[in-house]
Design a protein around this ligand. Structure first.
Ligand code: PLP
Length: 959
């Protein structure tokens, strides 16, 4: 008789679902690595000086059902009102086919940034649609593949104008009728760069004599539609560049900025089917005229060709990005808003040009109808300020604006309080006749009339100025004219997602990116109306659920990191870096040490670090690494000595970008503090620390976290993200906050919305609740075990570049291919592409060390998948040897020709010295589940030389 075995997994315990290896797998992995338990392994791996042995003070783990119930209760404390606040956030109908098949579809939301273009053709096409939509609607030459929001897009436009313009003036003129949150972000970003933002009422004041750039809003925040032609000419006459922040829906009816010579357009695409989400995430956009494309920040999708000469998409001009240019990068933006850009682009695909115009016309008609109803009241105390508008009315009601707002709110409609005498009312795609009737009735009562007119009965003339009507065509490409039935749309989305490799197909072992499980339960609340359909400026009484969710999340993040205060406002890691460095800058200034402006950054740092330091007005001084890959403490001493009086901060990543727990971290912190500097620990690698060490306790002053890495927000194909900034108490006064000072003193802002990408905060909230203190700690242990397991299994085939205590790595390991490349000519790129044939996404390539692969398996991959990956890498090593021995020629072998498409291996002509089966089904590849890349290897240089960043004509694909 054998004793009955109890299941190794607890069926109710979420952490047993989140963590891939079960108890038996864990035992086998420990055996391979040579430790008895995860605790032993972690004791050996983590330096004593930073090890924290307490229990996280978090609520105990809850089940999935319990967490959904808790989130339902929080959601119930938010009130979904009719939003007519406007200010850059509008109600919109997300087509259900897009909601379910993009926003809620792991094939889209679990994908990585398309750095491996051969496995990313679907999302690259979707982003090219987005870029084409933006260039067509703005009338400009080139648009990038999304920005973080309108405020930061406007800020990037400002710095672009400064780089590109000839004026030496520090003045940036901002139209007073610009969204207030945009002005706030511009002010934050201008100050450290010595740019002077001058807000000017351009209706009444002249332009200054000298300025390097001009920012206009079109239509204005007040709703006014103005002809900007004369201002653009005047600005150009002084050598300044002009940015127009334009509403893309309005541009379907109004003359686009590109047609009056504007240099840059910036804005948001939120109202193209992306829910407001209490402020985000949405895709911002940035477009430029011809001649500026090589200075455009952010990711840019372009068209190139593959090894067979067929057109293929890829990211273009990557040399502009911080990964390569570091402190000379065009911007620090890395994670952007891909998933939301895909949604907005698909909204345009689904509606097409005629549909978009019809939506815009209906929105305008609603506004014009309300205008008529208010005029019909014939009350001199209720007047319209602007006669030309698109969707927004500015109503003057002397002394009674607050009362109008309160009456409307009582009836479930939110309006905008401009000041004591003015109310703003915005119509959108969701505005109905009933909503107009309610608003008109509020005004009717105010003026003592018994009732207002009936919306459907009034004839309302257009209030769009005839001279500004759009006459040019847009979205002429067939993609915007072919998918208007739901069947066609469904199939188009399916076709594109089938081209891509995302986490729903297999492991994405990208070092530094932490591509772990994005659990369905964590994702579900994101599309609930009580989280999705809330305006960021909705009254506090309607957002109590969000307030509590944000407060508890910030508290829990402070607990796990050992800091005193957290702000979730930054909407990507890069923005958290900037916020943290700005806090350091403000701290030094407050103490009369404004001259401290040197930021030490190790040579191994992520590119965003250096770019962020420059944006925060700091000078970057690089600290070298020693032979073990650690920060060279002797060089650190030298650099501290050389800059002792001007030292502002050091920015280090922990564990290092080499995936190692450096022993010297506590010493490093102490030495920088001794010299009067602050310590910034880049927290992107928190997945190796959570529950075992706390940066706020081992000497750091500030960190950002990447909730889209450690805390399960899906990568979305390159965004959204959330990059909270966490600080010790002395820096807390300088955290970003509400720039509009709604319920306290105004604070600087790094994002347009007070809580940044609030709409996806239920995801990390749910993760923390589901895992609890033990689950989170075990996840860290298993992540480190998995990395060490892979390192141990592959060490004999590829040298593992760096290791720390006892030869252990942290949560990722670097496989060094440089020796093999030298001996055989097989490059790290060849291996990355060959992995596609084996059914894998490549690890991180050539970061932080050129010629290497960095593997981060995460805790979510089970042992079978880890073994499948190791087997593929070992098989590839054998293939490299076959090239090395000359069995296969250098230029014609399965590695050099990878990846192999179905078209290639089924071709009638097969001139290669290895069989087709080796090409397509190398050892161990699942014959039924084979992932076929749609294109062969893509020629990067060709695409940069022949820059095409909009949808190519269909004939380009004829063969
Ligand atoms: C991912 C990452 C960043 C940047 O974060 P984003 O969210 O992409 O802006 C910074 N540092 C490190 C070490 C990272 O891995």
């Amino acid at each position: 008789m054998t004793t009955p075995q109890f299941p190794a997994r607890d069926i109710g315990r979420f952490s047993d679902r989140h963590i891939g290896p079960d108890a038996e797998a864990e035992r086998r992995m420990l055996e391979t690595v040579g430790y008895d338990s995860i605790d032993d392994l972690m004791d050996a791996a983590i330096p004593e000086a930073i090890r924290w042995t307490g229990t996280l003070d978090l609520p105990p783990a809850a089940t999935e059902d319990e967490v959904i119930a808790e989130l339902r209760a929080l959601a119930a404390r938010n009130t979904v009102a009719v939003s007519m606040i406007g200010l850059g956030y509008h109600g919109t109908h997300t087509p259900a086919v897009i909601r379910r098949n993009v926003l809620e579809n792991p094939a889209w939301y679990t994908a990585y940034t398309p750095y491996q273009p051969e496995i990313s053709q679907g999302r690259l096409e979707a982003l090219l649609n987005f870029q084409t939509m933006v260039t067509d609607l703005t009338g400009l030459a080139t648009a990038n593949a999304s920005m973080l929001d309108e405020g930061t897009a406007a800020a990037e436009a400002m710095t672009l104008a400064r780089r590109a313009g000839k004026s030496s003036s520090p003045v940036y003129v901002v139209d007073a009728d610009t969204l207030p949150q945009t002005i706030a972000v511009l002010a934050t970003r201008a100050e450290p760069l010595g740019i002077e933002v001058r807000v000017v009422d351009l209706d009444t004041e002249p332009l200054p004599a000298q300025f390097f750039g001009l920012h206009l809003q079109y239509p204005g925040a007040s709703g006014a539609v103005r002809d900007h032609t004369a201002l653009v000419e005047a600005a150009h006459a002084t050598g300044a560049l002009v940015t127009v922040a334009a509403d893309l829906l309005a541009l379907t009816l109004l003359r686009p900025p590109g047609e009056i010579g504007v240099d840059i357009a910036a804005g948001t695409t939120q109202r193209f089917g992306v829910p407001m989400g209490f402020g985000g995430p949405h895709a911002g956009y940035l477009a430029v005229r011809g001649g500026l494309e090589r200075m455009l920040p952010g990711r840019l999708v372009g068209v190139s060709r593959d090894a067979a000469g067929d057109p293929a998409y890829r990211l273009a001009l990557q040399t502009r990005e911080q990964h390569i240019r570091r402190e000379r990068a065009t911007s620090n933006i890395c994670t952007a808003q891909v998933l939301l850009a895909v949604m907005a682009g698909m909204y345009a695909v689904y509606h097409g040009p005629a549909g978009l115009r019809a939506i815009a016309q209906r929105v305008h008609r609603r506004a014009a109808t309300l205008d008529r109803l208010l005029r019909d009241l014939d009350d001199p105390q209720i007047t319209l300020v602007h006669q030309a508008y698109f969707d927004t009315l500015l109503v003057q009601v002397p002394g009674r604006a607050e009362r109008v707002l309160a009456d409307a709110a009582d009836r479930g409609v939110n309006l905008r309080l401009v000041d004591a005498d003015h109310v703003g009312i915005s119509c959108d795609e969701t505005t109905t006749g009933a909503h107009l009737a309610t608003v008109a009735d509020v005004f009717a009562r105010l003026s003592g009339s018994t009732s207002a007119g009936v919306p459907d009965a009034v004839e309302a003339p257009s209030a769009l100025p005839a001279g500004l009507a759009r006459t040019s065509d847009f979205l002429a490409h067939p993609v915007f004219r072919s998918h208007h039935s739901e069947t066609a749309m469904l199939r188009y989305l399916r076709r594109l997602s089938d081209l891509d490799y995302a986490l729903d197909r297999g492991m994405i072992p990208l070092g530094s990116c932490t591509m772990k499980l994005n659990a369905t339960t964590e994702m579900e609340p994101v599309s609930w109306a009580e989280f999705a359909d809330i305006h960021p400026f909705a009254p506090a009484a309607q957002t109590a659920g969000y307030a509590e969710l944000v407060a508890s999340l910030e508290r829990w993040l402070a607990e796990v990191t050992g800091y005193d205060a957290v702000s979730v406002q930054p909407n990507a890691g890069s923005q958290g870096e900037l916020a943290g460095l700005l806090a350091i800058r403000a701290y030094h200034r407050e103490r009369g040490e404004a001259h401290r402006d040197v930021c030490l950054i190790p040579s191994s740092a992520h590119g965003t670090n250096a770019a962020s330091a420059v944006m925060a007005g700091m000078r970057v001084v690089v600290v070298g690494c020693d032979g073990d890959g650690d920060v060279d403490l002797a060089d650190l001493d030298r650099k501290i000595e050389a800059h002792r009086d001007t030292l502002a901060a050091i920015m280090v990543t922990y564990p290092s970008t080499h995936g190692v727990y450096e022993g010297g971290i506590a010493t490093l912190c102490a030495r920088v503090h001794d010299a009067g500097g602050q310590v910034y620990v880049d927290g992107a690698n928190l997945n190796a620390l959570l529950g075992f060490a706390k940066p706020g306790r081992f000497g750091a002053d500030v960190s950002h976290l990447n909730l889209h890495k450690t805390f399960c927000i899906p990568h979305g194909g390159g965004g959204p993200g959330v990059g909270p900034v966490a600080v010790r108490a002395h820096l807390a006064p300088y955290l970003p906050g509400d720039p509009l000072g709604t319920d306290g003193p105004a604070r600087p802002a790094v994002s347009a919305a007070r809580y940044g990408s609030a709409g996806i905060l239920p995801i990390p909230w749910a993760y923390l609740r589901l895992m609890g203190p033990e689950g989170l700690t075990r996840a860290t242990g298993v992540a480190v075990l998995a990395a060490n397991y892979v390192a141990t299994r592959l060490r004999g085939h590829y040298p593992v570049l760096y290791a720390g205590n006892k030869g252990l790595v942290a949560h990722e390991c670097i496989l060094d291919l440089r020796g093999l490349t030298k001996a055989t000519g097989v490059s790290v790129n060849d291996v990355a592409k060959r992995l596609i044939d084996y059914g894998f996404h490549a690890p991180t390539m050539s970061f932080p060390v050129a010629g290497t692969l960095m593997v981060e398996p995460t805790e979510s991959e089970d042992l079978a998948e880890l073994d499948r990956f190791c087997a593929a890498m070992i098989a590839i090593r054998a293939e490299i040897d076959q090239v090395g021995t000359g069995e296969w020629p250098t230029g014609d072998n399965p590695l050099a020709n990878a990846p192999h498409t179905a078209v290639m291996v089924s071709g009638d002509d097969w001139p290669h010295p290895y069989p087709r089966s080796v090409a397509a089904y190398p050892g161990g590849v699942d014959r039924l589940g084979k992932y076929w890349p749609p294109v062969r290897r893509i020629d990067d240089a060709y695409g940069d030389r022949n820059l095409v960043c909009a949808c190519p004509p269909p004939e380009a694909f004829e063969n």
